[in-house]
Design a protein around this ligand. Structure first.
Ligand code: S3P
Length: 180
């Protein structure tokens, strides 16, 4: 783990591609740490009273990214919160830097094959409404990999159950808290 001594993360942020389990893992991690749980997609939907799909189709992706950026700036005021982020959020360096200032950033990693297995029966993600969604997953994942790799901790979810991933994430956060 690459944590400088000057950092004191009070929150835990989960980043990673669609279908890596950020929501299910995040909720369980929050329970175990007795933290609040906040999902950036859910929060944007609550604040705008619109679905992500509606924002993408009527206003376009850049409008959605601007909403994400504004929300990330506000998250700096949170404490004791598990923040689960939309898959594209850390692909903007300013967002990642902002999260790192107050959160231990954990990336949930999965192979394109596993991701496809997990998302193929879901319809709510506009970026996967594509003629060739498997190719889209491979392309987006390759483009985002350099950002995901900047996380403090990388957890491979291909080889672990949700329960094991949760244990791993909680363990890493406790290690970090006790090493201060
Ligand atoms: C996106 C991922 C989605 C949501 C939006 C865009 C992305 O979140 O933010 O559809 O760019 O990868 P999940 O990662 O929670 O599916």
């Amino acid at each position: 783990m690459d944590m400088s001594n000057t950092r004191h993360p009070v929150n835990l942020a989960l980043i990673g591609f669609m279908g890596t389990g950020k929501t299910s893992v995040g909720r369980l991690v929050a329970e175990q740490l007795h933290f609040q749980y906040l999902d950036t997609d859910e929060t944007i939907q609550l604040l705008t009273n619109r679905s992500i799909a509606d924002i993408f189709s009527k206003d376009g992706e850049p409008a959605f990214r601007a909403l994400e950026k504004n929300l990330v700036e506000e998250l700096a005021a949170q404490t004791k919160t598990v923040i689960s982020t939309g898959g594209g959020l850390p692909a903007h360096s300013a967002n990642l830097e902002s999260l790192k200032a107050h959160a231990l950033v954990v990336c949930l990693w999965a192979s394109p094959e596993k991701i496809w297995e997990r998302v193929k029966n879901q319809t709510h993600r506009p970026l996967l409404h594509d003629a060739d969604p498997q190719k889209k997953i491979r392309e987006l994942l390759a483009a985002r990999e350099p950002f995901y790799r900047q996380a403090d901790v990388l957890v491979n979810t291909d080889i672990r159950s949700v329960r094991e991933v949760v244990q791993q994430v909680v363990h890493q956060f406790r290690l970090e808290s006790s090493s201060r």
